[in-house]
Design a protein around this ligand. Structure first.
Ligand SMILES: Cc1cc2nc3c(=O)[nH]c(=O)nc-3n(C[C@H](O)[C@H](O)[C@H](O)COP(=O)(O)O)c2cc1C
Length: 340
């Protein structure tokens, strides 16, 4: 099956079927019987209007610590989806990661489906390639593709669980770490590594820390299930066994934070600004959201995306007010109450 056709199927399944984890949770609510809560200060001693959300990620300014996770590129539908998301991010001062550029690397004429700089000249924009495909491409080819879409960085996705459940999946990951190390060393743009919704362990983060990557996006378990989506395309029985596979987002944030000194992006089932606040208090630097942004785009276009992201930002501001944190530096020091 062509990469283009697969992209269309992914969008169709993600938008029209229930593709989230079933039993396993992110951990933002509970781990076992324990609640994760930010310490509530009913005497916050700050003015909510003065709370500052600005931050920097890989050298670029953000007005709030939020990135729209990789979603699409390479199919007809992608052009409008990417422009609506990018346009909303431009107006809000947020960042965006594009979907896998494999389709464009195979067929350069598909560049238009990724190009968003006409509507979003200033946002942080990352291009995206799978680790399993990475050894096939030269640094020059990747560099040229990033230049064409005017990206600021490259996100390399690790998706072994997804590939294993995909009927035409690429399950040869030999040499992937070496390829990541090479690209992170030789590319002129910063490189970061992300999962796609099944999490990154501390042990893997330790291996990644030996390369020159600048950030890890944990994309943990509890949000969109990619073993789920790809099994619905033809491996339904196997999919049942692996639907909830992976490391919950909260566990992944904590493990990666310990093992890796660079920036941590919290994603995978991040749905509210309260989740974002908890993720930052647990050690993340910014948060990423994918599926709800796609759904908001499908129902309301650019304005729909903007409305959803504005709600997340306001929730984050309220969560910070209630914990007495004036800025993100203070939020990182807020106590997490682990209640039984
Ligand atoms: C329709 C759709 C397509 C996606 N395509 C990609 C992709 O091409 N590359 C990638 O790295 N991640 C991809 N992802 C994964 C997301 O970037 C994200 O890591 C994952 O969905 C977990 O976040 P969520 O629970 O907020 O959706 C995709 C997600 C969705 C919903």
């Amino acid at each position: 099956m062509s990469t283009q056709k697969r992209k269309t199927e992914h969008l169709d399944i993600a938008c029209n079927q229930n593709v989230q984890f079933r039993e396993k949770k992110t951990g933002f609510e509970k781990i076992g019987f324990k609640e994760i809560e930010l310490e509530y200060k009913t005497l916050p001693e700050i003015d909510k209007k003065e709370i500052k959300l600005e931050t920097k990620f890989l050298g670029k300014k953000f007005s709030a610590p939020l990135l729209v996770g990789a979603i699409t590129g390479g199919c007809t539908e992608a052009t409008q989806i990417n422009k609506d998301i990018a346009g909303a991010c431009e107006e809000l001062g947020l960042g965006m990661c594009l979907g896998s550029m494999r389709a464009m690397l195979e067929k350069p004429e598909l560049k238009e489906t990724y190009f968003v700089r006409d509507v979003a000249p200033n946002i942080f924009l990352a291009g995206n390639i799978g680790a399993a495909q990475l050894p096939q491409y030269s640094i020059e080819k990747i560099e040229k593709a990033l230049k064409e879409i005017k990206a600021d960085a490259l996100a390399i996705h690790l998706n072994a669980a997804q590939e294993a459940l995909q009927k035409e999946g690429d399950t040869n990951f030999k040499g992937a770490l070496k390829a990541i190390a090479k690209v992170s060393r030789e590319l002129s743009k910063p490189v970061y590594v992300k999962e796609v919704g099944h999490g990154i362990s501390g042990r893997i983060a330790k291996e990644l820390a030996k390369t020159k990557i600048k950030a890890i996006d944990v994309a943990g378990a509890g949000g969109t299930s990619w073993t789920g989506i790809d099994s619905l395309r033809g491996n339904a029985e196997l999919g049942e066994t692996f639907w909830d596979y992976g490391i919950p987002t909260v566990q992944s944030i904590v493990e990666c934070r310990k093992a890796f000194k660079g920036a941590i992006v919290a994603s995978g089932g991040v749905r509210t600004g309260l989740d974002v606040a908890k993720a930052i208090a647990l050690g993340a630097d910014i948060a990423g959201i994918a599926l709800p942004v796609l759904k908001a785009q499908q129902t309301g276009g650019k304005e729909g995306v903007k409305k959803y992201l504005e709600k997340v930002i306001e929730e984050l501001r309220i969560a910070m007010f209630l914990s007495g944190a004036k800025n993100l530096k203070e939020l990182k020091k807020i106590k997490i109450a682990n209640r039984n």
